[in-house]
Design a protein around this ligand. Sequence first.
Ligand SMILES: [Zn+2]
Length: 109
Amino acid sequence: MRGNLADDWPPLRTLTDLALRKWHVRLTCPQCGYVRVMSGAGLWYLFHRRHWRDDVASVCQRFHCPHCLLARRAKIRPLIEKTKDAPTGPKLEDPSDYEWKKLIARYRS
Ligand SMILES: [Zn+2]
């Protein structure tokens, strides 16, 4: 199943793409429909600090549905989509101004 990341041109392929264009990230469990919205900038910063790959496929591998894990002991990977909805759940730390400006400067050149 495809999400809506390819609706944009060029398509959104990484958390960096999403964060730079001010999207939040909606993770949806394809099994039970559990949805969590995470701050795009916060998620980017989390992956940036941990030096994790931030392409969409790698991001999916970092998450699983907590309900399906409890109910079925199954690690279900979420679908990733862009959204303007407000983030839900525990708040992610936003990047500092310094980190954010560094990111923007890197992609403007
Ligand atoms: Zn689930």
